[in-house]
Design a protein around this ligand. Structure first.
Ligand code: ZN
Length: 72
């Protein structure tokens, strides 16, 4: 029984070492780059700035809202 526990302990140490070395060599899974968000001046929805339609310094989520303009 003691030998079995020792065997398990050795395996656990090996697994930990392998994981530690993997962590060092591999770069962590690339998290999606946090994209700048903006808010539609008409409906207030938040969406990526890259999808924004801009007019007069305001951002809109779609062509319709750009046309309708900002709500007072
Ligand atoms: Zn909108």
């Amino acid at each position: 029984m003691a030998k079995f526990l020792l065997f398990v302990a050795v395996i656990a140490v090996i697994v930990m070492l392998v994981r530690a070395s993997n962590r060092r060599s591999k770069t962590p899974p690339a998290a999606p780059k946090p994209e700048a968000m903006t808010q539609c001046a008409h409906c207030g929805v938040h969406f990526p700035r890259s999808e924004a339609l801009s007019q007069d310094g305001r951002d809109y989520c779609c062509e319709d809202h750009r046309r309708l303009g900002s709500r007072p």
